[in-house]
Design a protein around this ligand. Structure first.
Ligand code: ATP
Ligand code: MG
Length: 446
């Protein structure tokens, strides 16, 4: 992509309304535009990252055997009357009447609708286990929308729902979600710690939240800091292997890690003092096992192998897809701007032409662009007629992890410069070597 043909409305000034760094950088980097409190347009650069995050979520859900579908944003109120939540949900629910005076709502979550889909189509244990999920916009009329996409009113969520015959199978689904989430966040360059949580309006007692440590987080968290060193890494997971999946969950949930809602001072005091940490965190996901709460209320039953009819066991599992952009930036930035992890970056590499209009520099940049595209790596080429300083400032702000700088002086010696956004370190090499090195880096981040 050529910057002169792109739409990247960067701001030079710090927007006054942004209180936290991720919100400030998202506005300055031209990623989002607020349209109403907590409601945003996703400008091209922000949209690219959002799509990338969605893609990782899809890949990891499907790797775990979960099946995508798409439910609507608008829902009939009657479904929610069946579960009793239409009245319980309160002012966070945006209620709408259609032209026939029918009560509708903009979905804040989808337990009722997925249970309705299930009961209309499944009636036998033979069709279980089943986990369906979607990535869809939600609306919650939050009392205090703030921090940009972090606490929006309209926001993008992945929500998945498991249907199982018995409690053990449902707990396996819960564990499967936990492991798939660990891998999802790691691919985004994040350490998200599963913490025991309280359940709120979804119901149920088995629940973990995933928290990214950040001083601007809204939750207070208490943890044994050895938990931050745990990594899933490249290990193979067989998602059908209940024992293996349970063992990974045990590994990640044994050390103390809780939010203020479930914090227990007496237990926390048993953590060696040197490892006891109190900090703040951003909730980027939550998993729940709630059994038959919705299936009983809504009559979603299945026949068992011995012919009995039982309400299906369920759980629901969410990832804050749009909130993740904010969380990633909170966890990865410096004073100049964003530092995207390779897994989610909007473009893998930027090309900066130090002397636009110089025949050799222009030709070398175009050749680099072609060579990178041929490897499936679309660069953002800053081909503006601007000073080098302004080009570097834009690249640093938008945070592409790698930059190739091309100028007449280097080209005279047959070299360009490859620079890491994270470390600031540069290395001179031939254009071919730079392309090969960038390709090698991204081969490790599929
Ligand atoms: P919170 O406690 O932050 O209000 P929640 O517990 O009500 O969130 P869930 O129902 O667990 O939210 O939704 C799943 C995920 O969706 C959350 O873990 C969070 O990452 C994301 N999310 C929830 N509310 C918002 C919001 N207003 N804006 C952006 N993302 C949100
Ligand atoms: Mg939650």
């Amino acid at each position: 992509m050529r910057l002169t043909r792109y739409f990247l409305p960067v701001l030079k000034e710090n927007p006054a309304e942004a209180q936290i760094v991720s919100h400030r950088f998202m506005l300055r980097a031209g990623m989002i535009k607020q349209q109403a409190a907590g409601i945003y347009s996703w400008l091209p650069l922000g949209y690219r990252v959002l799509r990338r995050i969605e893609q990782i979520v899809h890949e990891e859900q499907q790797r775990a055997g979960h099946i995508p579908l798409l439910m609507p944003t608008l829902q009939p109120a009657d479904l929610w009357r069946e579960s009793g939540r239409y009245d319980d949900y309160g002012q966070e629910m945006l209620r709408i009447k259609d032209r026939h005076e029918r009560d509708m709502l903009y979905g804040p979550t989808n337990e009722e609708m997925i249970t309705d889909i299930f009961r209309a189509n499944v009636s036998s244990y033979k069709d279980l286990p089943l986990t369906l999920y979607h990535i869809q916009w939600k609306f919650r009329d939050e009392m205090r929308p703030r921090f940009g996409v972090m606490r929006g009113r309209e926001f993008l969520m992945k929500d998945g729902y498991n249907f199982d015959l018995d409690r053990d199978a449902a707990l396996h689904a819960y564990n499967r979600h936990m492991v798939s989430y660990l891998r999802t966040y790691e691919r985004m360059g994040l350490t998200a710690i599963p913490m025991r949580a309280a359940s709120g309006p979804i119901g149920g007692d088995n629940t973990h939240e995933f928290l990214v440590l950040a001083s601007t987080g809204e939750s207070e968290v208490f943890y044994d800091d050895r938990v931050t060193a745990l990594k899933l890494g490249a290990r193979e997971i067989d998602y059908d292997d209940r024992a293996q999946v349970a063992k990974v969950c045990e590994e990640f949930t044994t050390l103390y890690a809780r939010t203020d809602e479930t914090h227990d001072g007496a237990v926390f005091d048993q953590v060696p003092e040197a490892h006891r940490k109190v900090a703040r965190g951003i909730e980027v996901g939550q998993i729940f096992y709630f059994g038959t709460k919705y299936s009983e209320a809504m009559g979603a039953t299945v026949t068992t192998p011995d012919g009995a009819k039982v309400p299906v066991e369920m759980g629901s599992h969410g990832i804050g897809v749009s909130r993740l952009l904010g969380a990633i930036i909170e966890a990865s930035h410096d004073e100049k701007g964003i530092i995207w992890p390779e897994g989610v970056t909007p473009f893998p590499v930027g090309i900066v032409n130090l002397k636009q209009g110089d025949a050799a520099a222009d030709a070398a940049c175009e050749a680099l662009e072609k060579a990178l595209l041929a490897k499936g790596l679309e660069p953002l080429y800053d081909d503006r007629d601007e000073r080098a300083g302004a080009k570097f400032a834009t690249m640093d702000l938008i945070g592409l992890p790698w930059r190739i700088t091309v100028g007449p002086r280097g080209l005279a010696n047959g070299v360009v410069e490859l620079t890491s956004r994270r470390t600031g370190e540069s290395e001179e090499m031939s254009p071919e070597a730079a392309v090969a090195k960038v390709a090698e880096i991204y081969a490790a981040h599929p």
